[in-house]
Design a protein around this ligand. Structure first.
Ligand SMILES: C[S@@+](CC[C@H](N)C(=O)[O-])C[C@H]1O[C@@H](n2cnc3c(N)ncnc32)[C@H](O)[C@@H]1O
Length: 317
């Protein structure tokens, strides 16, 4: 295992509401931010408009991903609040599996001067990008993050109060035995009273072969592409593309070869892995716009059937 312990970060917190229940909520897959960002003021003078900030030639795919997909500031609040509610005290140490650019680790250590984090990813490219662009922006707090260029199934160096696999990354494990093994290892790596959290995606259109576009306020379009789903095996191939205002495109910026795991089978697997309690959390409704979510996730054993939904599964050691 290669251990990296540097840091760099960027003030991540830009995301907002976590999705809308129906069509837009599909687009919220891997993208829980967007809607409440403030729009930029348009140019008012006579001078020609500035060149677009993002084009296929100039854009950085990790920056686009973070802007379009992640809302790590909201995610860490959910994790922190959920641990406090369940355990009656504050957590300290977070382990982020499949950490990519380790944005979540950065948001975690920003919450409290005593919070520490460790991130695991097999790919050095996002790990390095995260150090340069994310860790660098959080000052001394970055020293409380350790990054490991290693498989998420590796045992850690510290027991975690909160461990998370975010944005469906655990769907990389396509065999039941593989996923069960990962869940067992995750439990073994938890401190007493630790919690393991994975995110969920479902709904009547979750398996549809379709694309969903969403305009991102910073000036580009995010396309979530559910390219291929095989009902017999659960194989699920997805892509993220980005389109730009100058007409250029970044196709297949990210590609995923997954198995689609549904909530009841995940609950069963986590229980089999030894967790004492496994609870789904679904997003509440916005009272003013009942078709939209309110960004608040609450325990709910049954959920509500709709075209597309996201949620969390919280597994207690
Ligand atoms: C969908 S990205 C997740 C990025 C980020 N955590 C997020 O929430 O958006 C999946 C990441 O998992 C990493 N990955 C894939 N298989 C892995 C494994 N077995 N162990 C650790 N990382 C893995 C990939 O390199 C990639 O960076």
């Amino acid at each position: 295992m290669n251990k990296d312990s540097t840091a760099i970060t960027e003030p991540a917190g830009k995301a907002t509401s976590k999705g809308e229940r129906k069509a837009a909520k599909r687009a919220a897959l891997q993208a829980r931010n967007a809607n409440t960002r403030k729009k930029r003021k348009g140019a008012q003078g006579k001078s020609p408009p500035p060149p677009p900030r993002f084009t296929a030639a100039t854009a950085d795919k990790y920056e686009l991903y973070q802007l379009a997909v992640q809302s790590a500031d909201l995610d860490v609040k959910f994790l922190d609040n959920t641990y406090r509610t369940l355990r009656g005290r504050s957590p300290r140490h977070l382990r982020e599996d499949f950490c990519g650019t380790s944005l979540l680790c950065c948001e975690w250590v920003k919450l409290d001067a005593q919070y520490t984090a460790e991130g695991y990813d097999l790919d050095p490219e996002p790990i390095d990008w995260g150090r340069e662009h994310n860790h660098s922006k959080i000052g001394d707090a970055a020293e409380r993050i350790e990054l490991f260029l290693a498989d998420a199934r590796e045992a850690g160096e510290h027991l975690a109060d909160v461990r998370i696999a975010q944005n469906f990354s655990y769907w990389i494990f396509q065999q039941r035995a593989e996923l069960l093994d990962y869940f067992r290892g995750a439990r073994a790596g938890l401190a007493d009273e630790g919690i393991f959290v994975i995110d969920l995606y479902g709904g009547t259109e979750a398996n549809a072969e379709m694309t969903e576009e969403r305009k991102i306020e910073e000036g580009f379009t995010y396309i979530w592409d559910q390219d291929c789903y095989y009902p017999g095996s659960g194989e699920f191939r997805c892509f993220i593309h980005f389109h730009f205002s100058d007409g250029s495109k970044m196709k297949r910026a990210f590609a995923y070869e997954w198995r689609f795991w549904n909530l009841p089978e995940l609950k069963d697997l986590l229980r089999e892995a030894g967790y004492s309690r496994v609870t789904p959390y679904f997003e509440g409704e916005d009272p003013d716009h009942p078709e939209e979510g309110n960004g608040e996730f609450e325990p709910d054993e049954r959920g509500e059937n709709c075209e597309s939904w996201i949620g969390y599964l919280v597994a207690e050691k």
